[in-house]
Design a protein around this ligand. Structure first.
Ligand code: FES
Ligand code: FES
Length: 157
């Protein structure tokens, strides 16, 4: 609901913490994360829903946070790269999945989504599932191999 100052009160859970935030009606979820909350791990690339650099999980699904109005996130559970166990990043680093790093937080979050929903790999290739995450540096092989290794690391005893 709009408040006297024109902001909208939004309640959501971010990285496991319940938050009540007053957001500008035009604010994007990306703005709230980066500017209002200082969670700058999530990157802005195109700002138009094309590159995937701003990918976060919203209620368990990957979304481009540059396309989500902050008020649309009311009541949702949002996970950003800051919530990911640093140990999950090691396989990506080992396989050269990151160079400049601009795409990496989005890649990590999409990879987490695939890892939690492995049945998707029975219908789609990993490359297809990661198609929304653009990278201008790596040529993608390192990304695919790194995410595969991340998934395999959860499967090993
Ligand atoms: S910054 Fe959101 S998709 Fe590119
Ligand atoms: S590592 Fe530079 S855009 Fe992917």
């Amino acid at each position: 609901m709009a408040q006297r100052d024109g902001t909208i009160r939004v309640r959501l859970t971010i990285n496991g913490e319940r938050r009540a935030l007053d957001v500008h009606p035009a604010a994007r979820l990306l703005d709230v994360l980066r500017v209002q909350l200082g969670l700058t791990g999530t990157k802005e690339g195109c700002g138009e829903g094309e590159c995937g650099a701003c990918t976060v999980l919203m209620d368990g699904l990957p979304v481009n946070s540059c396309l989500v109005a902050a008020f649309q996130a009311d009541g949702s559970v949002v996970e950003t790269v800051e919530s990911v166990d640093p140990g999950h990043l090691t396989p990506l680093l080992v396989h050269g999945a990151t160079q400049c790093g601009a795409c990496t937080p989005g890649v990590v979050m999409t990879g987490e989504w695939v890892n939690r929903n492995r049945e998707l790999l029975e219908r789609f290739t990993l490359r297809e599932l990661m198609a929304g995450n653009f990278c201008r540096c790596t040529g993608y092989d390192g990304i695919i191999e790194g995410v595969e290794a991340r998934i395999a690391s959860d499967e090993s005893p």
